[in-house]
Design a protein around this ligand. Structure first.
Ligand code: PEP
Ligand code: MG
Length: 582
């Protein structure tokens, strides 16, 4: 994704835009030593100091917990996403196994606390290494961040601020850990460029929530961009121009003004219900990947996707039924009567987790993933189903099965739910015996028989991220596959239209919960193709509601009709960009 070219006699670097906006400012390079530390030799202390060293380690843990508790409380940051990340980091420091392994290394091997911390954290990080799943990458960043905090405390260091700045800058770094982001000088950092990270990295998520334009994936940026140089950053296209001339500067500044004006306009729609200009209601759902609903109730209609993978990432053992039940109960309570669509564990293959010790597969994207894995591991599936069913007695919870490829899998999943219900009934637990069950449509083989699937399920949710990956046979995580991974291809549009009409004919609801639903142009196109429910990252709600409010349903249908007649994705994207409502 990284290319360098001469444009209008200026150097242009290209990366992945991860937080929209534009800015012109001087560059400040942040050399991030925390991420580049060489692991030094293991240092041992003299016999007889074991207790003293172990106590020093636990004091560091207590201090780190206190710091994280302070940060997760927001500490005036006003950033809820940040709070969630630090709460998750605090949980790492509650992990009994991790702490006792470090304690043992100190007591039994006489390793100094810093060496023991490095060794045990390195072992944990290695378990996640080589996995490209964004959620897992985020966990590695958390582990590194917690390790760095503990080491800093052991060395007697103060909490640091990333930089003290006097002027507005674009920050350029190899990568930024959550604590770097928390200490950002928001008054002066107007843009971010990183070498590492993608759309779903912590840096990206936090930059979006702080509304700082950001571009990731510019290889060697800290070496290739000179300190203090003037740069124009366009985080819509992913381009950075070094030493822009006056015309270019004026153009980027105008772009920035327009972007901010649009943001202000969109914010007016945030608390209104989703609907087209002519008042056709569009259900607005939110996707959440933690046990927190951090969005005010007036902004959304339902939780369209509760990704439950996070529960399996926090500890080295799979979550128990009781632990899961508590989390589902909390989400239902926070959703205050709104429907919560709980997606059962969507892991496996590339998304492997240490707590599940799954065998490595040659072609993991086509391997034992999602529902397939759950069917092969009834122990894990039954525990989750029992927890979810018990929670269903407390609120409007529905079950969503991921990575379904055939009707057989639907029948098998339903049989598993029946078995869990029988067990709970025999033990005297309450649950909703009529709980709605639906499927993710993200595998072409089920999309092509959407008419048959619609007869068998209560609802469906279209996962456009995976559907595009499997329709185009292009890895969604591989930046080199960008030109092949086509979310707006004619094939995708035809398939989507077919799914909407199959479900509409059977009066069964279908939602879209992939990234396309959170893209304003994608959302209008989906409405035109037949979508009436969309679920997205909460940060996308304002832009999508505003885009829908600018078109009538008839206009959206006409746009979709025109796109369906086009032959290649480029023409379709051109039609969308050129539409007067955008
Ligand atoms: C999808 O595939 O579109 C989806 C929503 O699921 P995930 O991104 O979690 O695979
Ligand atoms: Mg998916």
């Amino acid at each position: 994704m990284d290319q360098k070219k001469e444009k209008e006699h200026r150097i242009v670097l290209t990366g992945t835009p991860v937080s929209p906006g534009a800015v012109v400012a001087r560059v400040c390079i942040q050399d991030n030593p925390g991420l580049q530390w060489q692991e030094p030799d293991q240092v041992r202390f003299d016999p007889g100091r074991e207790g003293e060293m172990r106590d020093a380690f636990y004091r560091a843990v207590f201090q780190a917990r206190e710091e994280l508790a302070c940060l997760s409380g927001g500490a005036g940051s006003g950033c809820e996403v940040q709070g969630e990340i630090f709460a998750a980091q605090g949980e790492i420091l509650e992990d009994e196994e991790l702490l006792s392994r470090i304690g043992q290394a100190i007591l039994e091997e006489r390793l100094e606390p810093e060496s023991a911390i490095r060794r045990v954290f390195a072992a944990y990080e290695a378990l996640f290494c080589g996995m490209t799943d964004p959620l897992i990458a985020a966990r590695v960043a958390d582990l590194q961040d917690v390790k760095r905090r503990l080491l800093r405390i052991c060395q007697g260091g103060e909490g640091q601020h990333i930089l003290s700045l006097k002027e507005e800058v674009i920050l350029v770094a190899r990568d930024l850990l959550p604590s770097d982001m928390a200490s950002l000088d928001r008054a002066h950092i107007k843009g971010i460029i990183t070498e590492m990270g993608g759309t779903n990295s912590h840096t990206a998520i936090l930059a979006r929530s702080l509304q700082i334009p950001a571009i990731s994936g510019i290889q060697g940026a800290t070496l290739r961009i000179p300190q203090g140089i003037l740069a124009a950053l366009d985080a819509m296209s992913g381009e950075v121009i070094l030493e822009p001339d006056e015309v270019q500067q004026a153009r980027y500044r105008k772009m920035q003004e327009q972007f901010l004006a649009r943001r202000r306009e969109e914010a007016r729609y945030l608390s209104r219900p989703g609907s087209t200009r002519d008042g056709k209601v569009m259900g607005m759902g939110i996707n959440i990947g933690s046990g927190e609903v951090s969005v005010p109730g007036e902004q959304y209609d339902f939780v369209g996707l509760l990704r439950t993978e996070f529960l399996y990432m926090e500890h080295m053992a799979p979550p128990t039924e009781e632990e899961q039940y508590e989390v589902y109960r909390k989400v239902l309570r926070q959703a205050k009567g709104k429907t919560v669509t709980l997606r059962t564990l969507d892991i496996g293959g590339d998304k492997a987790l240490p707590c599940l010790a799954l065998p490595r597969e040659e072609n993991s994207f086509l391997g034992s993933r999602g529902l397939r894995l759950c069917l092969a591991r009834p122990d894990i599936f039954q525990t989750q189903l029992r927890a979810a069913l018990r929670a269903s007695a407390l609120g409007d919870l529905e079950l969503l099965f991921p990575m379904v490829g055939s009707l057989e899998e639907i029948f098998q999943a339903r049989a598993c739910v029946r078995k869990a219900m029988e067990g709970l009934a025999a033990e005297g637990f309450s649950y909703n015996p009529h709980i709605r069950m639906g499927i993710m449509i993200e595998v072409p083989s089920i999309a092509l028989v959407a008419d048959l699937a619609a007869e068998e399920v209560d609802f469906a949710s279209i996962g456009t991220n995976d559907l595009a990956q499997y329709v185009s046979a292009a890895d969604r995580m591989n930046p080199g596959m960008g030109p092949y991974y086509q979310g707006y291809s004619p094939a995708m549009l035809r398939l989507l239209e077919r799914i909407f009409s199959a479900f509409a004919a059977r009066h069964k609801p279908v939602c879209v919960c992939g990234e396309m639903a959170g893209d304003p142009q994608g959302a209008v196109l989906l409405a035109g193709l037949g979508a009436r429910k969309l679920s997205m990252d909460p940060a996308s709600l304002a832009g999508v509601k505003a885009a829908l409010a600018r078109v009538s349903l008839e206009e959206a249908k006409n746009l979709a009709g025109r796109c369906l007649r086009l032959r290649i994705q480029e023409e379709i994207l051109g039609e969308l960009v050129g539409h007067e409502s955008f």
